[in-house]
Design a protein around this ligand. Structure first.
Ligand SMILES: NC(=O)c1ccc[n+]([C@@H]2O[C@H](COP(=O)([O-])OP(=O)(O)OC[C@H]3O[C@@H](n4cnc5c(N)ncnc54)[C@H](O)[C@@H]3O)[C@@H](O)[C@H]2O)c1
Ligand SMILES: O=C(O)C(=O)C[C@@H](O)[C@H](O)[C@H](O)COP(=O)(O)O
Ligand SMILES: [Zn+2]
Length: 363
Protein backbone atom coordinates (compact mmCIF):
# COMPACT_ATOMS: atom_id res chain seq x y z
CA UNK A 1 0.00 0.00 0.00
CA UNK A 2 1.18 3.53 -0.78
CA UNK A 3 1.90 6.10 1.90
CA UNK A 4 -0.32 9.22 1.66
CA UNK A 5 1.16 12.10 -0.35
CA UNK A 6 1.88 15.46 1.22
CA UNK A 7 2.46 19.00 -0.08
CA UNK A 8 4.86 21.68 1.13
CA UNK A 9 4.33 25.22 -0.18
CA UNK A 10 7.21 27.61 -0.76
CA UNK A 11 5.64 31.02 -0.15
CA UNK A 12 7.42 33.51 -2.38
CA UNK A 13 4.49 35.65 -3.62
CA UNK A 14 4.39 35.42 -7.44
CA UNK A 15 7.31 33.00 -7.41
CA UNK A 16 5.68 30.64 -4.87
CA UNK A 17 5.25 26.95 -5.70
CA UNK A 18 4.19 23.54 -4.41
CA UNK A 19 6.39 20.56 -3.60
CA UNK A 20 4.38 17.32 -3.91
CA UNK A 21 5.88 14.39 -2.02
CA UNK A 22 4.61 10.82 -2.23
CA UNK A 23 4.77 7.41 -3.86
CA UNK A 24 4.14 6.88 -7.57
CA UNK A 25 3.80 10.62 -8.25
CA UNK A 26 5.91 10.55 -11.44
CA UNK A 27 2.97 8.80 -13.13
CA UNK A 28 1.13 12.12 -12.81
CA UNK A 29 3.99 14.40 -13.93
CA UNK A 30 2.14 15.56 -17.06
CA UNK A 31 -0.87 16.88 -15.17
CA UNK A 32 1.41 18.28 -12.43
CA UNK A 33 2.92 20.48 -15.16
CA UNK A 34 -0.19 21.30 -17.19
CA UNK A 35 -2.21 22.16 -14.05
CA UNK A 36 0.35 24.90 -13.40
CA UNK A 37 1.39 26.04 -16.85
CA UNK A 38 -0.31 26.02 -20.27
CA UNK A 39 2.51 24.12 -22.00
CA UNK A 40 2.75 22.51 -25.42
CA UNK A 41 6.47 21.80 -25.59
CA UNK A 42 8.64 20.29 -22.86
CA UNK A 43 12.45 20.11 -22.87
CA UNK A 44 13.14 17.18 -20.54
CA UNK A 45 16.73 17.23 -19.29
CA UNK A 46 18.13 14.12 -17.62
CA UNK A 47 21.35 12.10 -17.36
CA UNK A 48 22.34 8.81 -18.93
CA UNK A 49 21.65 6.80 -15.75
CA UNK A 50 18.24 8.23 -15.02
CA UNK A 51 17.12 8.22 -18.67
CA UNK A 52 16.48 4.47 -18.93
CA UNK A 53 15.46 4.08 -15.28
CA UNK A 54 12.81 6.78 -14.89
CA UNK A 55 12.97 9.69 -17.36
CA UNK A 56 11.88 7.61 -20.37
CA UNK A 57 8.52 6.76 -18.81
CA UNK A 58 8.01 10.40 -17.78
CA UNK A 59 8.65 11.39 -21.41
CA UNK A 60 6.19 8.72 -22.69
CA UNK A 61 3.56 9.98 -20.35
CA UNK A 62 4.03 13.61 -21.42
CA UNK A 63 3.66 12.53 -25.07
CA UNK A 64 0.50 10.54 -24.24
CA UNK A 65 -0.86 13.72 -22.62
CA UNK A 66 -0.43 15.47 -25.99
CA UNK A 67 2.76 17.42 -25.30
CA UNK A 68 5.67 17.71 -27.69
CA UNK A 69 8.77 16.45 -25.84
CA UNK A 70 12.50 16.69 -26.52
CA UNK A 71 14.61 14.54 -24.22
CA UNK A 72 18.16 15.86 -23.76
CA UNK A 73 20.57 13.58 -21.94
CA UNK A 74 23.88 14.59 -20.37
CA UNK A 75 26.60 12.35 -18.91
CA UNK A 76 25.89 11.36 -15.31
CA UNK A 77 28.14 12.99 -12.72
CA UNK A 78 29.38 16.30 -11.37
CA UNK A 79 31.51 16.99 -14.48
CA UNK A 80 28.27 17.82 -16.34
CA UNK A 81 27.75 20.91 -14.18
CA UNK A 82 29.86 22.75 -16.71
CA UNK A 83 29.39 25.75 -18.95
CA UNK A 84 30.26 23.75 -22.11
CA UNK A 85 27.53 21.23 -21.32
CA UNK A 86 25.08 24.09 -20.79
CA UNK A 87 26.11 25.60 -24.15
CA UNK A 88 25.42 22.28 -25.92
CA UNK A 89 21.97 22.21 -24.35
CA UNK A 90 21.19 25.80 -25.43
CA UNK A 91 22.28 24.93 -28.99
CA UNK A 92 20.13 21.77 -29.11
CA UNK A 93 17.18 23.66 -27.66
CA UNK A 94 17.50 26.27 -30.41
CA UNK A 95 17.63 23.57 -33.10
CA UNK A 96 14.50 21.95 -31.64
CA UNK A 97 12.55 25.20 -31.83
CA UNK A 98 12.44 25.93 -28.09
CA UNK A 99 10.70 29.25 -27.46
CA UNK A 100 9.48 31.29 -24.50
CA UNK A 101 6.36 29.16 -24.15
CA UNK A 102 8.43 25.98 -23.80
CA UNK A 103 8.90 24.45 -20.37
CA UNK A 104 12.06 22.82 -18.99
CA UNK A 105 11.66 19.72 -16.82
CA UNK A 106 14.67 18.35 -14.89
CA UNK A 107 14.42 14.62 -14.18
CA UNK A 108 17.49 13.59 -12.21
CA UNK A 109 19.69 14.37 -9.23
CA UNK A 110 21.20 17.66 -8.12
CA UNK A 111 23.56 17.81 -11.07
CA UNK A 112 20.72 17.65 -13.59
CA UNK A 113 18.57 20.04 -11.53
CA UNK A 114 21.29 22.68 -11.10
CA UNK A 115 22.34 22.46 -14.76
CA UNK A 116 18.82 22.35 -16.25
CA UNK A 117 17.72 25.15 -13.92
CA UNK A 118 20.50 27.41 -15.12
CA UNK A 119 19.84 26.51 -18.76
CA UNK A 120 16.17 27.38 -18.16
CA UNK A 121 17.07 30.63 -16.38
CA UNK A 122 19.30 31.82 -19.19
CA UNK A 123 17.76 30.54 -22.45
CA UNK A 124 15.64 33.28 -24.05
CA UNK A 125 16.12 35.17 -20.75
CA UNK A 126 14.18 32.64 -18.75
CA UNK A 127 11.88 29.66 -19.29
CA UNK A 128 9.42 28.10 -16.88
CA UNK A 129 11.14 25.29 -15.04
CA UNK A 130 9.90 22.19 -13.16
CA UNK A 131 11.88 19.76 -11.03
CA UNK A 132 11.33 16.00 -10.71
CA UNK A 133 14.27 15.14 -8.42
CA UNK A 134 15.37 11.50 -8.37
CA UNK A 135 18.10 11.34 -5.69
CA UNK A 136 17.50 11.78 -1.98
CA UNK A 137 19.85 14.77 -2.01
CA UNK A 138 17.89 16.50 -4.74
CA UNK A 139 14.56 15.67 -3.04
CA UNK A 140 15.56 17.17 0.32
CA UNK A 141 17.64 20.08 -0.89
CA UNK A 142 18.71 20.98 -4.43
CA UNK A 143 15.28 20.94 -6.13
CA UNK A 144 13.98 23.54 -3.67
CA UNK A 145 15.02 27.17 -3.35
CA UNK A 146 16.12 28.16 -6.83
CA UNK A 147 19.92 28.06 -6.62
CA UNK A 148 20.93 26.89 -10.11
CA UNK A 149 24.29 26.93 -11.86
CA UNK A 150 27.52 25.25 -12.86
CA UNK A 151 31.05 24.90 -11.46
CA UNK A 152 34.30 26.59 -12.47
CA UNK A 153 37.37 24.32 -12.14
CA UNK A 154 38.47 25.89 -8.84
CA UNK A 155 35.16 27.20 -7.54
CA UNK A 156 31.98 25.27 -6.88
CA UNK A 157 28.66 26.69 -8.26
CA UNK A 158 30.45 29.92 -9.23
CA UNK A 159 28.32 30.70 -12.31
CA UNK A 160 24.57 30.61 -11.91
CA UNK A 161 21.39 32.35 -10.87
CA UNK A 162 18.47 32.30 -8.49
CA UNK A 163 15.66 30.81 -10.59
CA UNK A 164 12.78 29.27 -8.72
CA UNK A 165 11.03 26.21 -10.15
CA UNK A 166 7.32 26.43 -10.97
CA UNK A 167 6.72 23.20 -9.06
CA UNK A 168 8.57 20.20 -7.65
CA UNK A 169 7.25 16.64 -7.85
CA UNK A 170 8.97 14.17 -5.53
CA UNK A 171 8.32 10.47 -6.07
CA UNK A 172 10.10 8.44 -3.38
CA UNK A 173 9.66 5.22 -5.38
CA UNK A 174 12.55 6.26 -7.65
CA UNK A 175 14.92 6.01 -4.69
CA UNK A 176 14.72 2.19 -4.91
CA UNK A 177 17.20 2.27 -7.82
CA UNK A 178 19.66 4.65 -6.15
CA UNK A 179 23.03 3.25 -5.07
CA UNK A 180 23.71 2.99 -1.38
CA UNK A 181 26.50 5.57 -1.65
CA UNK A 182 24.32 8.15 -3.41
CA UNK A 183 21.48 7.52 -0.95
CA UNK A 184 23.78 8.10 2.03
CA UNK A 185 25.17 11.28 0.45
CA UNK A 186 21.65 12.73 0.55
CA UNK A 187 21.37 11.94 4.25
CA UNK A 188 24.20 14.40 5.00
CA UNK A 189 21.97 17.32 3.95
CA UNK A 190 19.13 15.87 6.07
CA UNK A 191 21.39 15.80 9.15
CA UNK A 192 22.40 19.38 8.28
CA UNK A 193 18.80 20.61 8.75
CA UNK A 194 18.71 19.08 12.22
CA UNK A 195 21.95 20.76 13.29
CA UNK A 196 21.18 24.18 11.84
CA UNK A 197 17.57 24.64 12.91
CA UNK A 198 15.68 21.73 14.46
CA UNK A 199 17.02 19.83 17.49
CA UNK A 200 13.85 17.66 17.63
CA UNK A 201 14.38 16.63 14.01
CA UNK A 202 18.01 15.76 14.81
CA UNK A 203 16.82 13.57 17.72
CA UNK A 204 14.21 11.96 15.45
CA UNK A 205 17.00 11.04 12.99
CA UNK A 206 19.04 9.52 15.83
CA UNK A 207 16.07 7.48 17.00
CA UNK A 208 15.12 6.29 13.51
CA UNK A 209 18.52 5.62 11.96
CA UNK A 210 17.67 1.97 11.25
CA UNK A 211 14.43 2.82 9.44
CA UNK A 212 16.32 5.50 7.49
CA UNK A 213 19.06 3.05 6.52
CA UNK A 214 16.35 0.62 5.38
CA UNK A 215 14.70 3.32 3.24
CA UNK A 216 11.37 2.78 5.00
CA UNK A 217 8.78 4.66 2.83
CA UNK A 218 6.88 6.28 5.70
CA UNK A 219 10.12 7.50 7.30
CA UNK A 220 11.36 8.75 3.93
CA UNK A 221 8.25 10.84 3.35
CA UNK A 222 8.57 12.21 6.87
CA UNK A 223 12.24 13.24 6.53
CA UNK A 224 11.84 14.62 3.00
CA UNK A 225 8.79 16.68 3.97
CA UNK A 226 10.45 18.08 7.11
CA UNK A 227 13.64 18.90 5.18
CA UNK A 228 11.65 20.69 2.47
CA UNK A 229 9.63 22.60 5.09
CA UNK A 230 12.79 23.77 6.86
CA UNK A 231 14.46 24.77 3.59
CA UNK A 232 11.29 26.58 2.47
CA UNK A 233 11.25 28.59 5.73
CA UNK A 234 14.81 29.77 5.15
CA UNK A 235 14.28 30.55 1.46
CA UNK A 236 11.10 32.49 2.24
CA UNK A 237 13.06 34.61 4.75
CA UNK A 238 16.07 35.30 2.50
CA UNK A 239 15.49 34.14 -1.07
CA UNK A 240 18.73 35.51 -2.53
CA UNK A 241 21.07 35.01 0.44
CA UNK A 242 21.20 38.73 1.20
CA UNK A 243 20.37 39.02 4.90
CA UNK A 244 22.61 36.14 5.96
CA UNK A 245 19.75 33.84 7.01
CA UNK A 246 20.05 31.64 3.92
CA UNK A 247 23.79 31.21 4.53
CA UNK A 248 22.92 28.79 7.37
CA UNK A 249 22.09 26.22 4.66
CA UNK A 250 25.80 26.34 3.88
CA UNK A 251 26.74 24.59 7.15
CA UNK A 252 29.63 22.22 6.32
CA UNK A 253 29.89 23.57 2.79
CA UNK A 254 32.88 25.93 3.24
CA UNK A 255 34.99 22.84 3.95
CA UNK A 256 32.94 20.51 1.70
CA UNK A 257 33.08 22.66 -1.44
CA UNK A 258 36.85 23.13 -0.99
CA UNK A 259 37.23 19.35 -0.71
CA UNK A 260 35.13 18.79 -3.85
CA UNK A 261 37.24 21.28 -5.80
CA UNK A 262 40.54 19.93 -4.41
CA UNK A 263 39.63 16.38 -5.45
CA UNK A 264 38.55 17.45 -8.95
CA UNK A 265 34.71 17.20 -8.67
CA UNK A 266 33.62 13.58 -8.69
CA UNK A 267 35.71 11.30 -6.46
CA UNK A 268 34.04 12.79 -3.40
CA UNK A 269 30.25 13.18 -3.60
CA UNK A 270 28.76 16.52 -2.57
CA UNK A 271 26.99 14.97 0.43
CA UNK A 272 30.18 13.25 1.54
CA UNK A 273 32.01 16.59 1.42
CA UNK A 274 29.21 18.18 3.46
CA UNK A 275 29.38 15.36 6.02
CA UNK A 276 33.13 15.81 6.54
CA UNK A 277 32.69 19.59 6.42
CA UNK A 278 30.07 19.61 9.18
CA UNK A 279 32.44 17.72 11.48
CA UNK A 280 35.28 20.18 10.70
CA UNK A 281 32.97 23.16 11.31
CA UNK A 282 31.82 21.66 14.58
CA UNK A 283 35.45 21.08 15.69
CA UNK A 284 36.21 24.69 14.78
CA UNK A 285 33.26 25.81 16.90
CA UNK A 286 34.61 23.71 19.77
CA UNK A 287 38.04 25.31 19.49
CA UNK A 288 36.36 28.73 19.70
CA UNK A 289 34.50 27.72 22.86
CA UNK A 290 31.08 27.89 21.19
CA UNK A 291 30.12 24.28 21.97
CA UNK A 292 31.41 21.36 23.99
CA UNK A 293 32.89 18.19 22.48
CA UNK A 294 29.61 16.29 23.06
CA UNK A 295 27.88 18.40 20.40
CA UNK A 296 30.44 17.27 17.83
CA UNK A 297 30.36 13.64 19.01
CA UNK A 298 26.60 13.48 18.52
CA UNK A 299 26.97 14.60 14.93
CA UNK A 300 29.84 12.20 14.26
CA UNK A 301 27.88 9.29 15.78
CA UNK A 302 24.78 9.99 13.68
CA UNK A 303 26.72 10.56 10.45
CA UNK A 304 28.68 7.34 10.98
CA UNK A 305 25.50 5.40 11.77
CA UNK A 306 24.16 6.63 8.44
CA UNK A 307 27.33 5.38 6.71
CA UNK A 308 28.89 8.79 6.00
CA UNK A 309 32.57 9.80 6.15
CA UNK A 310 33.60 12.13 8.98
CA UNK A 311 37.29 12.80 8.30
CA UNK A 312 39.39 14.15 5.44
CA UNK A 313 40.47 11.68 2.73
CA UNK A 314 43.96 10.31 3.40
CA UNK A 315 46.72 12.60 2.12
CA UNK A 316 44.47 15.67 1.81
CA UNK A 317 46.40 18.79 2.84
CA UNK A 318 44.26 21.10 5.05
CA UNK A 319 46.30 24.15 3.96
CA UNK A 320 45.32 23.54 0.31
CA UNK A 321 41.67 23.53 1.39
CA UNK A 322 42.05 26.87 3.17
CA UNK A 323 43.43 28.42 -0.01
CA UNK A 324 40.36 27.15 -1.93
CA UNK A 325 38.01 28.57 0.71
CA UNK A 326 38.89 32.09 -0.45
CA UNK A 327 36.78 31.38 -3.54
CA UNK A 328 33.69 30.63 -1.46
CA UNK A 329 30.72 32.89 -2.23
CA UNK A 330 30.37 33.74 1.46
CA UNK A 331 33.75 35.52 1.47
CA UNK A 332 33.09 39.16 2.44
CA UNK A 333 35.40 42.11 3.09
CA UNK A 334 38.48 39.90 2.82
CA UNK A 335 37.15 37.39 5.36
CA UNK A 336 36.05 33.79 4.99
CA UNK A 337 32.67 33.42 6.72
CA UNK A 338 31.98 30.15 8.53
CA UNK A 339 28.62 28.73 9.59
CA UNK A 340 29.24 27.28 13.05
CA UNK A 341 26.98 25.48 15.54
CA UNK A 342 26.21 27.06 18.89
CA UNK A 343 24.15 23.98 19.88
CA UNK A 344 22.29 21.20 18.07
CA UNK A 345 19.48 23.14 16.38
CA UNK A 346 21.24 26.50 15.98
CA UNK A 347 24.12 27.94 13.96
CA UNK A 348 25.59 31.41 13.54
CA UNK A 349 27.91 33.08 11.06
CA UNK A 350 31.48 33.84 12.16
CA UNK A 351 33.88 36.00 10.21
CA UNK A 352 37.34 35.65 11.53
CA UNK A 353 38.43 32.42 13.14
CA UNK A 354 42.23 32.15 13.36
CA UNK A 355 43.61 30.44 10.25
CA UNK A 356 45.53 27.95 12.41
CA UNK A 357 42.29 26.93 14.16
CA UNK A 358 40.68 26.31 10.76
CA UNK A 359 43.61 24.10 9.71
CA UNK A 360 43.53 22.24 13.07
CA UNK A 361 39.78 21.57 12.73
CA UNK A 362 40.55 19.42 9.68
CA UNK A 363 43.23 17.22 11.30
N1 LIG B 1 20.88 23.97 -5.82
C1 LIG B 1 21.00 23.63 -4.55
O1 LIG B 1 20.42 24.25 -3.65
C2 LIG B 1 21.83 22.44 -4.19
C3 LIG B 1 21.71 21.86 -2.93
C4 LIG B 1 22.47 20.73 -2.63
C5 LIG B 1 23.31 20.17 -3.61
N2 LIG B 1 23.37 20.75 -4.82
C6 LIG B 1 24.19 20.14 -5.89
O2 LIG B 1 23.66 18.86 -6.18
C7 LIG B 1 24.69 18.06 -6.75
C8 LIG B 1 24.67 16.67 -6.12
O3 LIG B 1 23.41 16.09 -6.38
P1 LIG B 1 23.21 14.51 -6.30
O4 LIG B 1 23.80 13.99 -5.05
O5 LIG B 1 21.78 14.26 -6.60
O6 LIG B 1 24.17 13.99 -7.46
P2 LIG B 1 23.90 13.54 -8.97
O7 LIG B 1 22.91 14.38 -9.63
O8 LIG B 1 25.24 13.41 -9.58
O9 LIG B 1 23.27 12.09 -8.79
C9 LIG B 1 24.05 11.08 -8.19
C10 LIG B 1 24.08 9.82 -9.07
O10 LIG B 1 22.84 9.16 -8.97
C11 LIG B 1 22.33 8.86 -10.27
N3 LIG B 1 20.88 8.83 -10.12
C12 LIG B 1 20.03 9.88 -10.00
N4 LIG B 1 18.81 9.43 -9.69
C13 LIG B 1 18.86 8.09 -9.66
C14 LIG B 1 17.92 7.07 -9.39
N5 LIG B 1 16.67 7.34 -9.02
N6 LIG B 1 18.33 5.78 -9.46
C15 LIG B 1 19.62 5.49 -9.77
N7 LIG B 1 20.57 6.40 -10.01
C16 LIG B 1 20.18 7.69 -9.95
C17 LIG B 1 22.89 9.92 -11.15
O11 LIG B 1 22.93 9.50 -12.49
C18 LIG B 1 24.30 10.08 -10.55
O12 LIG B 1 25.15 9.10 -11.06
C19 LIG B 1 25.99 18.79 -6.50
O13 LIG B 1 26.43 19.38 -7.69
C20 LIG B 1 25.61 19.85 -5.49
O14 LIG B 1 26.43 20.99 -5.58
C21 LIG B 1 22.66 21.85 -5.14
O1 LIG C 1 20.15 26.42 -0.94
C1 LIG C 1 21.11 26.90 -0.35
O2 LIG C 1 21.19 28.10 -0.09
C2 LIG C 1 22.23 26.04 0.08
O3 LIG C 1 23.25 26.52 0.53
C3 LIG C 1 22.04 24.56 -0.03
C4 LIG C 1 23.33 23.79 -0.19
O4 LIG C 1 23.08 22.47 0.28
C5 LIG C 1 23.78 23.67 -1.64
O5 LIG C 1 24.86 22.78 -1.73
C6 LIG C 1 24.05 24.94 -2.39
O6 LIG C 1 24.20 24.68 -3.77
C7 LIG C 1 25.31 25.64 -1.95
O7 LIG C 1 25.25 26.94 -2.40
P1 LIG C 1 26.50 27.88 -2.68
O8 LIG C 1 25.88 29.22 -2.77
O9 LIG C 1 27.45 27.72 -1.53
O10 LIG C 1 27.10 27.42 -3.96
ZN1 LIG D 1 24.68 21.13 -0.27
Amino acid sequence: MSEPATTVRVNLAERGYDIHIGQGLLAGAASFITDRRKAKHVVLITDDNVDGLHADRVADQLVEAGLEVNVMTVDAGEASKDVDVAAELWETMLQEGTDRQSVVLAVGGGVVGDLAGWVAASYARGLTFFQAPTTLLSQVDSSVGGKVGVNLPGAKNMVGAFWQPHGVVIDIDVLSTLTDRDYRAGLAEVVKYGVIMDADFFAMLEANADAINNRDPQTLIQIIARSCQLKAEVVEADEREESGRRAILNYGHTFGHALEAATGYGPLLHGEGVSIGMVCASRLAESMGLIDSGTTSRQVALLEKLGLPTSLPAGQDPAELVSLMWRDKKVQDGKIRFVLPTRIGEVQLFDSPAQQAVVESMR
